[in-house]
Write a protein that binds this ligand. Structure first.
Ligand SMILES: C[S@@+](CC[C@H](N)C(=O)[O-])C[C@H]1O[C@@H](n2cnc3c(N)ncnc32)[C@H](O)[C@@H]1O
Length: 225
């Protein structure tokens, strides 16, 4: 998979790119590329935004700037699925992450300030994705969240292939939360690990985990007490 991220702050992704799962995915032949709208802006002095028509607070990312960035990067005719990060977009969940993982080429557009000129939404975005109903200062953190959830699903990204398959909200767990995990020591400050996990009986462990997962799904459904 090729994942392209357009941002005014590509250096914000330095840490993200250095993560083991991302490095593993890249070593498997996947690509993570970063582009700065400022590098290709057709305006002088690196300008990328402008005041909103009609007045009001804040600046708006210009449509010609985004167009120039996409044209420069995809001059060879490539056509990725373009995902614009927006607080009002489709809420990111495991199903959407699975869908995007199947795509050979995805481009993420990170906004800043008041967001994008509406014509970017209308003419360049195939999808709009939100990581939650709240407003962050920019699309960089949402893009990292999306890139993380997608890239860790790619074959070879995680050391243990099953870890990405059997996880909270995955199809394998029928969309339910994952069961609890324990590791050594078996008793800590009087807090025990459930006996079944120490029994060595794989079938009992499997049934216990399924039950725990179901109970957590019911709890989640009920909401906070
Ligand atoms: C300050 S926000 C703009 C908010 C916009 N004025 C509004 O009220 O909807 C700047 C950028 O951050 C990104 N962003 C902020 N919150 C987000 C969220 N919850 N999910 C996805 N992207 C978000 C988007 O790319 C957005 O264009």
């Amino acid at each position: 998979m090729k994942l392209d991220i357009f941002s005014l702050f590509p250096e914000a992704f330095d840490w993200f790119r250095s993560q083991r799962s991302v490095q593993n995915a890249i070593a498997e032949g996947n690509e993570l590329r970063l582009f700065n709208y400022r590098d290709t802006t057709p305006l002088g002095a690196g300008q990328v935004d402008d005041a909103p028509y009609g007045g009001g607070a804040g600046m708006v990312l210009r449509v010609d700037v985004v167009d120039a960035a996409l044209q420069a990067v995809y001059a060879n005719g490539e056509r990725p699925r373009v995902v614009l990060l927006s607080p009002t977009g489709r809420l990111l969940d495991d199903e959407l992450a699975d869908e995007l993982t199947q795509e050979p080429h995805v481009a993420l557009l990170c906004g800043r300030y008041e967001g994008f000129d509406e014509r970017v939404h209308e003419h360049f975005a195939d999808d709009e994705v939100s990581i939650g109903r709240y407003v962050l200062a920019g699309g960089e953190l949402p893009a990292m969240v999306l890139a993380d959830v997608v890239m860790r699903k790619l074959p070879g990204a995680l050391g243990h292939e099953r870890s990405a398959v059997e996880e909270s909200f995955s199809q394998v767990l029928e969309g339910a939360p994952e069961y609890p995990h324990y590791t050594r020591p078996p008793v800590y400050r009087g807090w025990d690990v459930p006996d079944v996990l120490l029994s060595g009986d794989h079938e009992r462990v499997r049934l216990w985990r399924a039950e725990q997962s179901r109970a957590r799904a019911e709890q989640l459904e009920k909401g906070p007490e």
